[in-house]
Design a protein around this ligand. Sequence first.
Ligand SMILES: [Zn+2]
Length: 119
Amino acid sequence: MSYINRVVKGTCPKCGQTKVFKSNGNPLIFKLPVMHNHCSKCNYSFHRETGFYFGAMYVSYGWTVAEMVAVIVLGLIFNRSFMDMFIGIVIVLFLLSTFNYKISRIMWLNMFFNEDDDE
Ligand SMILES: [Zn+2]
């Protein structure tokens, strides 16, 4: 399975059979997504090492900037004020916070997946 395919599906990098996250979370009730500790089919550990997901913050930062730029471009296309764009950015980033959290962790996990690893 390709990197893009695994990231889009959000499945185990090794076997692609189970989901990495057991719950989606909901920003409206301030609930974060919850990850499985390991794959139930192949026992691949999703918690690679202590602090592994600190690096996912950089991926999340990239997504956040891309979303902010998208809102600004839409604001310029529809000729909105900077205050409207600012409010739009706050709303969009708040609503996409759990998406960013999940996609950045899944991307980070898959970036460091090596099929030759024993575990
Ligand atoms: Zn697996």
